[in-house]
Design a protein around this ligand. Structure first.
Ligand SMILES: Cc1ncc(C[n+]2csc(CCOP(=O)(O)OP(=O)(O)O)c2C)c(N)n1
Ligand SMILES: [Mg+2]
Length: 658
């Protein structure tokens, strides 16, 4: 291995040597602790240290780096006190996740490290978002994100590289090709010769770098990073290396041929560099030994502190309070001046005023720019706010949601338009696993609103008609908003954008052009989590939301003799339980109406809550009315039969009579 480089001084070599030594010595200690049962799991990076250390050294300390599970060198190189790392691995308070997540699954704004989620691929799109923020703010900065070669088989890899390339984002995609993804060799993972070859398809520059040679890594990545700062663009870097230990310690390496292991042992990045340092007489044996002793003593000292730290105390209130970022809702009273608008125009109005109010707000979605979105909600936005802030995206829901996450890490807000709420399934993973959990895990908020044009009654068939709010109401960490009138759509959308937490904002397509109402002209907010008592009554309570609010209103007009209380939930998460209980306690009879198919919808949970909290007040069984447990059919008569609307009249009358 050749470590000669005329551009590096003796001091730089010694510095690199100390840096690569540290993760190796920490790992050796961790392996001992693992055998003693003192830590739970370990993903070894032995043999790959040069990559994490070399790349981190090439970045400036204020530039973000997004490591994976084998990149201890990123953490040591960013000079995180070892005791905090040890506390993190032991699930203690002095770590980075208050005991809520393990190993390297954390981020820290303090050290500009954004750790992974287990699903590997979403990490790559988050780097796109950070890169986009740098670009929009004209900051000359580069972001580095890691993945293993196994992770490159995920769709997220393709989506993230594609977006980065189309948008010229300053991101270094660092692939550590270490021969295996768990037990699967590269030959069973991909068919091209080099991962770097994939860059051609994205119109992207790529480089193959010896992942075991810290000098080559440091000098090349330094040069590349500097050029990307000046000329923002993504670059794919393939580091050839090898995973010398098991996927994680317990799983062993039996499936790795002995010759392969021996071949790579000879190429060890630490031992070979040490030999070079010795032979170049940069350090003598005694000096090297004393450097090692110093690092070992630092490790022992910090381990002692972490070991002595008490375990986290389980406190339910604290856990519940950290699911969302706290913020003080500001009521902005609607102006008295109003204009009659359609539901769709009210949403457009709220979005436009939010763009004016928040300079950092970015809209992303398919066809949202010049075309104005398929429903024309962002029509004219490009002319007003420019293409930088109103961004057409490739068809890649997952990467756009992770990009939104990255913007949030840089303190920016975003609204992502799903073309149809049905398509959110292609971006489901980052919503429920990244955005929903990130604040609870390590205190980073996801300041993202996902707009969800949804709902049936428009003859659009199984893939353009779903009202899929229940996919999200069951996931802690997401807010779910579902307005039914133009005024509320505007006020709730503005409030959702102000809220620093992730919000799924459902917009029923059938209401877009059929429902009109007076809407306040100015910027105003309606608080999330508060139901609206549309109508007071004494005989029974109807609880509903979205388009079904209008089904109920129509029916009540037909039966003026029924004294019904009508509650529009408006927000499904957090749910206004108080409004529900107060009404049920008053009327003693309740019917819950939802458009979604019956099983597992929010009506079921509301029913359970009422039976647990209002049982003594009930004069009739709780009734749920919802749609058939089938996919949503296309033909009008089939769709009419599908929708719970057809059953509502008879069920309402039956309950009233009960
Ligand atoms: C979506 C998803 N599928 C599967 C896994 C299980 N898993 C975790 S790491 C891993 C192998 C990853 O291989 P690679 O990307 O090459 O990284 P390496 O472990 O070699 O560093 C697998 C299959 C996962 N965490 N997430
Ligand atoms: Mg691998």
């Amino acid at each position: 291995m050749n470590f000669e480089d005329p551009t590096l001084s003796k001091e730089q070599h010694i510095n690199l040597f100390k840096s690569i030594l540290k993760p190796r010595l920490i790992e050796e200690k961790m392996l001992v602790l693992l055998r003693q049962g003192k830590i739970s799991k370990w993903f070894s990076g032995i043999g790959q240290e040069a990559i994490a250390v070399g790349v981190t050294k090439s970045l400036k300390s204020e530039e973000y780096i997004l490591p994976m599970h084998r990149n201890l060198g990123v953490f040591t190189e960013r000079k995180i006190p070892l005791q905090r790392l040890f506390s993190q691995w032991q699930g203690k308070l002095n770590g980075f996740t208050k005991g809520r997540d393990r190993s390297f699954h954390f981020g820290t704004q303090e050290y500009k490290i954004i750790g992974m989620i287990s699903h590997l691929g979403p990490q790559l799109g988050v780097a796109d978002g950070i890169g986009l923020a740098h670009k929009l703010k004209n900051e000359k900065a580069v972001t580095a994100v890691f993945t293993g070669e196994g992770g490159t088989s995920e769709g997220d890899f393709h989506e993230a590289l594609n977006v980065a390339s189309v948008w010229d984002l300053p991101v270094l995609f660092c692939v550590e090709n270490n021969g295996y993804g768990l037990s699967t060799p590269t030959s069973e993972q991909f068919k091209c010769e080099h991962i770097a070859d994939k860059a051609i398809g994205y119109g992207m520059e790529s480089h193959i770098i010896d992942g075991n040679n810290i000098v080559e890594i440091y000098t090349k990545v330094n040069e590349i990073a500097e050029s990307v700062r000046e000329n923002p663009r993504p670059i794919l870097l393939e580091f050839k290396t090898f995973r010398r230990r098991g996927h994680e310690e317990a799983s062993g390496t039996k499936y790795v041929p002995a010759e392969l292991m021996e071949h790579w042992e000879k190429l060890d990045p630490v031992d070979n560099y040490e030999l070079f340092i010795l032979e170049s007489e940069f350090l003598n044996r005694d000096e090297i030994d004393s450097i090692k002793a110093e690092i070992k003593s630092e490790i022992d000292r910090h381990l002692k502190i972490a070991n002595e730290e008490l375990n986290v105390e389980a406190d339910e209130t604290k856990e519940l309070n950290d699911v969302f970022k706290g913020y003080k809702f500001k009521t902005q009273i609607p102006s008295s001046k109003k204009t009659e608008l359609r539901f769709i125009d009210a949403i457009s109005d709220g979005l436009k005023q939010s763009m004016e109010k928040h300079e950092d707000l970015v809209i992303m979605g398919q066809d949202v720019a010049e075309y104005g979105g398929v429903f024309k909600i962002t029509d004219g936005f490009v002319e007003k706010f420019g293409k930088k802030r109103v961004r057409n995206t490739p068809i890649c829901e997952s990467a756009i949601i992770t990009t939104a996450m990255g913007l949030s890490i840089k303190g920016m807000k975003s609204v992502v338009e799903m073309q149809f709420s049905d398509f959110v399934s292609s971006g489901f993973n980052p919503i429920v696993n990244y955005l929903a959990k990130v604040h609870y895990r390590w205190g980073q908020n996801a300041d993202v609103v996902i707009r969800m044009p949804c709902g049936a009654g428009v003859g659009a068939g199984p893939f353009h008609s779903q009202t899929n709010e229940a996919w999200f109401t069951k996931t802690p960490g997401l807010k779910v908003v579902y307005p039914s009138t133009p005024q509320e759509a505007k006020g709730l959308l503005i409030a959702s954008i102000e809220d620093p937490n992730p919000v799924l904002f459902f917009e029923h397509k059938a209401l877009y052009r059929s429902i009109r109402g007076e809407v306040s002209d100015d910027y105003f907010t309606i608080e999330l989590g508060k139901a609206n008592l549309i109508r007071e009554g004494n005989d029974l309570t109807i609880i509903t939301y979205g388009a079904a609010v209008h089904w109920a209103t129509e029916l009540l007009e037909k039966y003026p003799e029924i004294s019904a209380e009508l509650i529009d939930l408006r927000t499904l998460s957090p749910l206004d339980e108080e409004a529900i209980f107060n009404s049920v306690k008053k009327t003693g009879k309740v019917i819950i109406l939802q458009e979604d198919s019956i099983f597992g919808g929010i009506a079921s949970d509301i029913s359970a809550l009422i039976s647990e909290n209002c049982f003594e007040y009930l004069d009739a069984p709780i009734k749920r009315v919802a749609s058939l447990p089938t996919p949503i059919p296309f033909s009008k008569n089939l769709e009419d039969q599908y929708l719970g609307k057809v059953k509502f009249e008879s069920e309402l009358l039956a309950l009233n009579k009960y």
